[in-house]
Design a protein around this ligand. Structure first.
Ligand code: CU
Length: 126
């Protein structure tokens, strides 16, 4: 096996082109995995509501039934996420804390901040 590998490498070393090819083959799965992780992160980002400067962004989010929505507080003061109809209620979220809720049924879910009720948002589940 060791001989096979060294033969492989000495053959690959003959030209920069084949070296590059070997690197590409070896890195392929790594790059693929990174792209896959990036895709998942992008998908998750679509279901994230950020709290910044006393504002929920986006103020209205439409998702499919079964989607988990995550709220992240970027303010340096605490906020809460409270559903008007009591389907969900977070604890006080400090800076960079998050709260997630999975919407198991369709409907319109109005919510507000339990500490600052003028902060409002809406999740529409279809
Ligand atoms: Cu608040």
């Amino acid at each position: 096996m060791r001989i096979l590998i060294s033969q492989f490498w000495s053959a690959a070393a003959r030209s920069a082109v084949s070296r590059a090819l070997v690197v590409a083959i070896l890195l392929g799965p790594v790059v693929g995995a990174m792209l896959a992780v990036g895709a998942v992160a992008a998908q998750d980002a679509a279901n994230v509501i950020t709290i910044d400067n006393f504002t929920f962004t986006p103020p209205e989010l439409t998702v499919a039934v079964g989607t988990t929505v995550k709220w992240v507080n970027h303010d340096d003061i605490p906020h809460l996420v409270v559903n008007k109809d009591k389907a969900f209620r977070s604890k006080a979220l400090d800076t960079d804390d998050s709260f997630s809720y999975t919407f198991a049924s369709a409907g319109t879910f109005d919510y507000f901040c339990g500490l600052h009720p003028h902060m409002v948002g809406k999740v529409i589940v279809k």
